[in-house]
Design a protein around this ligand. Structure first.
Ligand code: ADP
Ligand code: MG
Length: 701
C-alpha cells in the first residue's frame, strides 16, 4: 500500500464523515488513515470468559455475562429518567441501566431471548448493575468472527459521549483494513526481519488490532515496539555519526605543558581508574577532527571536577580558551575557588562571571575574553549572554546538565566561528535506557567508581517523634568537630508554607543549639546572592556548625567536614533529590550519616523511596527505581519528554528491546551510512516519510 493512501484525510474513511472527523482530530489527534492505523490499543479484553450472576466480583470490573432480559421499566428520578432492565441467568438477577438513548433501546431490546452483555459492573445495596452495557444477541455473537481478544482503544469522555465508542473505533479500524486490503508496506529490512525473527509489518498491524491469539499479539507487539524504538535510534545514531563526519572541531593534538605539569606534579590525589579512562576518552575526542559532544555521568563525589579541569588544560595547551558553566552561583563560586587552588602553580588566568558580577568587573572580563587574556572562564547562565564573546573558545563544559535545557547546550556552540567541543557532566545518573533515548546523539562516558577510602554513608529513616534523639546525635557529632546540614523541602506550589516550616525549623534549631556554643547558618532561595555566599562561607570556614537550608545546597557544594545530612519531610523529596542531598556528606575521611525525617503518614511511593535510600547508595540503581516510580517524562522534565512520547514501546518495560534497537541502528548505519543498499531501502523510505510527516509519529522532535 503506498503512502498516499495512508495520508488520506480521515474524513474520507467510510463511516467517518465531517463531524466524526473533527472529533477524531481534536480528541485523539487522528488526521489521516495512517494516524488511525497507529492508534494502538491500550489493552485487550479477554472475551473468552463468561461470568455467572451469582459469582460476579464485588469490585467494579469489566465482565461478560449470558442471560435474558425479563423486564424493562422507566424510573423517574430528580434529574431525568433512567431505563432499568432486569437481566437474569440461571443463577440470579442483576440490573442494566441506561441514562441516554432510552427510546431506541426500549424499542429494540428483545425480552426473554439470550444476550451476551459486556460492561463494567457496580455493586450497590446488594444489587449488581451495569450501566450502558454492550449487548449482542447470543446467536449473533456465536456466529461473529470477532477476535477473542478485544482491543480497547485510547479514548476520551467526549469521544465516547459523542457516539464514537470503542466498538465504533473498532468498526472504523475494520473498514480501514478492508479498504487497504491489508497491504501495508514493509518498513524494515529483510536482514532485520530475519535476524530478529520479526513479524512482517502487515501481519503485525493486523494482529495488533485484531489479535488471533495471545502469541500472535505478543509477536505483533514486539515487532512494533522494535520498530518504534529502532527509528528513534536510527535518527539519534545518524545524527551522531553525521556529526562526526560533518562537524569539524579544533583538533587538540598537543598535550602540552599545563596538562603535563598538572598531571605529573600537581595532582592532589591518585586518579581512580575510571577517571583515567574517562580522561583518555575525552583526550581521544579532542584530538580527532570532529567536534566532541560527550555526556559524562558520574555519581555525586565521583570526581568529575578533576576530569573537567584536565580537559580544559588540554584546550589551553592548544592555544584555546575553555569555559565551565554551573547551574547555581554557589556552585560556580566553589568551582572557581577549587580550580584556582588546584591551578595555583600553573600560569593560568581563571575568571568568574556571574549574574551578580559588578558592571566594571564585567566589562573587564568581557574585554579579556575577547583579547584572549582569560584562559578559563567559570560561571553561571551569565556565560550565555550575548555580550560574552570569547577570542577562541575551544571547549565548553556544562556541569549538572539536567538543569539546563538542550537549547542552551547548543547555544554555547555558536558563540564562535567553529563550535567548541562540548562536555556535559551530570551527577544525576540517568538510567541507561533513558540516556540512550534522550542523549542518544551524544557519546557517553561514565565514572562508575568512587575515590578510594570513602566510607558508605549510613542512612536511616526516623519519624518526627524521635526528634530529640536525633538532636542528641547531632550534638555528639558537633562535639567531635563535625558539621551538620539540615535541609527543608521547598516546593513551588506551597512556597509560603514551606518558608514558614523552614523558619520554624531554624528557630527550634537555634533554641536547641544556642549561642555562644553553637553557631547556626541559614541559606535559602529568597536571600540575596551575596548574603547566601556569606553564610555559605561561614560554614565552609567552620565558623558555623549547622547549616539550615532549602535545596539550594543540593548541587555540587563541597564541605568535606560536614558529615551529617538531616533531611526534613523527606517524604516530599524525589529520589534523585534525596540522593543528591545525601551526596553532600561523605566527602571527608569521617563516617557520615544521612537521616531521613518523616511523619508517620507515608504513601506507598514515599515508602519505596525511603526504603531505596536506606538500602543502597548506588546512583544508577536509585535512578532505575526513580524511573519506575515516576516514568520517563517526569524524570527528564517536559523539555525532553517529546522524544519519549512513545506509541507502543515503554522505555522502562522494554529496555531490552531498546538496547537491541540501538545496537542494530549502529550496525545498519555504520555499514551503510546513506542507507543506499537495496535491502535498506525500506528503512530509507520510512525514515524519509517520518521526516516529511512529522505529525504522524509525534516522537520525532
Ligand atoms: P563530583 O563528581 O560530585 O563533581 P568532585 O569532583 O567534587 O565530585 O569530587 C568530590 C571530592 O572527591 C572532592 O573533594 C575531590 O577533591 C575528591 N576526589 C576526586 N577524585 C579523587 C580521587 N581520585 N582520589 C581522592 N579524592 C578524590
Ligand atoms: Mg561536581
Amino acid at each position: 500500500m503506498n503512502s498516499t493512501f495512508l495520508q488520506t484525510p480521515i474524513d474520507y474513511l467510510k463511516g467517518v464523515g465531517p463531524n466524526r472527523a473533527i472529533l477524531l482530530k481534536n480528541e485523539v489527534g487522528i488526521h489521516t488513515f495512517q494516524d488511525l492505523l497507529n492508534l494502538f490499543p491500550n489493552r485487550y479484553l479477554d472475551r473468552t470468559q463468561f461470568y455467572k450472576v451469582n459469582s460476579l466480583p464485588k469490585t467494579s470490573a469489566e465482565i461478560q455475562v449470558i442471560g435474558k432480559i425479563t423486564h424493562i421499566k422507566t424510573v423517574e428520578q430528580k434529574r431525568g429518567k433512567r431505563l432499568v432492565a432486569t437481566f437474569q441467568d440461571e443463577t440470579g438477577r442483576m440490573e442494566l441501566v441506561w441514562f441516554r438513548g432510552q427510546k431506541w433501546i426500549r424499542e429494540n431490546l428483545k425480552l426473554n431471548i439470550p444476550y451476551v452483555i459486556f460492561g463494567k459492573t457496580s455493586f450497590y445495596n446488594g444489587v449488581f448493575s451495569m450501566p450502558h452495557p454492550e449487548m449482542e444477541l447470543l446467536e449473533t455473537h456465536e456466529k461473529s468472527m470477532r477476535s477473542a481478544l478485544q482491543p480497547v482503544y485510547p479514548s476520551t469522555e467526549k469521544l465516547a459521549n459523542s457516539g464514537i465508542t470503542n466498538r465504533v473505533l473498532n468498526g472504523l479500524m475494520q473498514q480501514l483494513f478492508l479498504e487497504s486490503k491489508n497491504g501495508f508496506q514493509e518498513s524494515l529490512s529483510k536482514h532485520l526481519l530475519d535476524s530478529l525473527k520479526l513479524m512482517s509489518k502487515s501481519e503485525a498491524l493486523l494482529n495488533i488490532h485484531f489479535p488471533k491469539s495471545q502469541a500472535l499479539l505478543a509477536a505483533a507487539e514486539y515487532r512494533l515496539k522494535f520498530e518504534e524504538l529502532f527509528y528513534i535510534q536510527v535518527q539519534l545514531v545518524r545524527k551522531n555519526l553525521l556529526h562526526k563526519t560533518k562537524i569539524k572541531g579544533y583538533p587538540f593534538q598537543k598535550i602540552g605543558e599545563h596538562f603535563n605539569r598538572f598531571y605529573h606534579e600537581h595532582l592532589p590525589f591518585e586518579l581512580t581508574s575510571a577517571q583515567k579512562r574517562v580522561i583518555k576518552e575525552i583526550r581521544n575526542d579532542l584530538g580527532s577532527n570532529a567536534q566532541m559532544n560527550r555526556l559524562l555521568q558520574g555519581d555525586v563525589g565521583s570526581g568529575k571536577t578533576i576530569v573537567a579541569l584536565t580537559s580544559m588544560l588540554i584546550a589551553v595547551d592548544n592555544g584555546f580558551q575553555a569555559c565551565l558553566m554551573a547551574p547555581t552561583a554557589i556552585l560556580s563560586v566553589q568551582h572557581y575557588h577549587g580550580l584556582s587552588d588546584l591551578c595555583k602553580e600553573l600560569k593560568l588566568s581563571i575568571s568568574l562571571l556571574q549574574g551578580s558580577t559588578k558592571a566594571s568587573k564585567r566589562r573587564e572580563i568581557h574585554e579579556k575574553l575577547e583579547n584572549g587574556t582569560i584562559d578559563i572562564l567559570i560561571g553561571t547562565h551569565a556565560l550565555l549572554e550575548d555580550k560574552v564573546k570569547f577570542k577562541n573558545l575551544g571547549l565548553a563544559i556544562i556541569d549538572e546538565q539536567h538543569r539546563f535545557g538542550v537549547a542552551q547546550r547548543s547555544k554555547l556552540w555558536y558563540k564562535n566561528t567553529y563550535p567548541p567541543h562540548v562536555l556535559v557532566m551530570t551527577a544525576t545518573p540517568i538510567p541507561r535506557t533513558l540516556a540512550m533515548s534522550v542523549y542518544g546523539d551524544l557519546d557517553s562516558s561514565v565514572i562508575d567508581e568512587l575515590p578510594p577510602g570513602r566510607k558508605d554513608i549510613k542512612t536511616v529513616h526516623r519519624f518526627d517523634a524521635n526528634r530529640l534523639k536525633v538532636f542528641r546525635f547531632i550534638r555528639d557529632e558537633i562535639t567531635k568537630g563535625r558539621q551538620v546540614y539540615i535541609v527543608y523541602p521547598l516546593i513551588q506550589e506551597s512556597e509560603t508554607l514551606d518558608y514558614k516550616d523552614l523558619m520554624d525549623g531554624y528557630e527550634s534549631i537555634v533554641r536547641e543549639f544556642p549561642l555562644p556554643k553553637y553557631q547556626v547558618s541559614i541559606v535559602h532561595g529568597k536571600m540575596k546572592p551575596a548574603d547566601k555566599e556569606f553564610e555559605m562561607n561561614r560554614f565552609i570556614k567552620k565558623e558555623t556548625q549547622i547549616m539550615v537550608a532549602t535545596t539550594v545546597i543540593e548541587v555540587g557544594v563541597n564541605v568535606p567536614n560536614a558529615s551529617v545530612m538531616i533531611i526534613e519531610s523527606a517524604e516530599r523529596f524525589g529520589l534523585s533529590q534525596l540522593h543528591q542531598l545525601r551526596g553532600r556528606v561523605g566527602r571527608g575521611a569521617e563516617q557520615s550519616y544521612c537521616i531521613l525525617m518523616t511523619s508517620h503518614k507515608l504513601s506507598a511511593d514515599a515508602k519505596t523511596r525511603l526504603e531505596t535510600m536506606t538500602r543502597t547508595s548506588d546512583g544508577f540503581e536509585i535512578a532505575e527505581v526513580d524511573l519506575k516510580l515516576r516514568g520517563p517524562g517526569d524524570l527528564m522534565g517536559t523539555q525532553q519528554s517529546g522524544v519519549l512520547n512513545l506509541r507502543i514501546a515503554d522505555i522502562v518495560r522494554d529496555s531490552e528491546i531498546l538496547k537491541i534497537a540501538r545496537s542494530y541502528a549502529f550496525e545498519v548505519l555504520k555499514q551503510d551510512p546513506y542507507l543506499s543498499e537495496e535491502d535498506n531501502l525500506p528503512i530509507k523510505s520510512t525514515l524519509e516519510q517520518l521526516m516529511k510527516y512529522k505529525n504522524i509519529w509525534n516522537y520525532i522532535s
